[in-house]
Design a protein around this ligand. Structure first.
Ligand code: FES
Ligand code: FES
Length: 159
């Protein structure tokens, strides 16, 4: 097996892997970034969502050859200088989870939305989050958390 270098959470990381290896398993097993979850493994649930080049993708469906050279951000990389990302904080503030299995994928998907759309309306948020499944049915609080994070980020940006 040969080595590849990935840019993960702002750092260059060497992994013993091949181009056709799946990103999710390299993150979890090769780099010990276990916040990214395995749910369906078929691109259907969103539990494995990470950002690649700022865009939410299903890491269970991405091979390394598709992401080499792109900036990869996992749930562990959203915190900056000891401060939670506003989406992480909002999820905590409104307790937008029960079992928490979907949560990292939800947060990463929301962070991806807010990176490109600072003032999303309810439809924007609903559409962006529609592909992420919560088995516990906490959708109302998840949507509330994303709206709250958007408002917090807007307030922060206007200071
Ligand atoms: S585990 Fe990737 S979409 Fe479900
Ligand atoms: S909080 Fe349990 S799956 Fe979403």
């Amino acid at each position: 097996m040969s080595g590849l270098v990935l840019e993960v959470n702002g750092a260059q990381r060497s992994v013993e892997a091949r181009g056709d290896d799946i990103l999710l398993w390299v993150l979890r097993n090769g780099l010990n970034l276990t916040g990214t979850r395995f749910g369906c493994g078929e691109g259907q649930c969103g539990a494995c969502t990470v950002l690649v080049g700022g865009r939410p993708v299903r890491s269970c469906r991405e091979t390394l050859s598709e992401v080499v050279g792109s900036k990869i951000t996992t749930i562990e990389g959203l915190e900056q200088n000891g401060r939670l990302h506003p989406v992480q904080q909002a999820f905590l503030d409104v307790e937008a989870f029960q079992c928490g299995y979907c949560t990292s994928g939800m947060i990463v998907a929301a962070a991806g939305l807010l990176a490109v759309k600072a003032s999303p309306n309810h439809e924007d948020i609903t559409a962006a989050m529609a592909g992420n499944i919560c088995r516990c049915g906490t959708y109302p609080r998840i949507l509330e958390a994303v709206a709250r994070a958007a408002a917090a980020m807007k307030k922060g940006a206007s200071r």
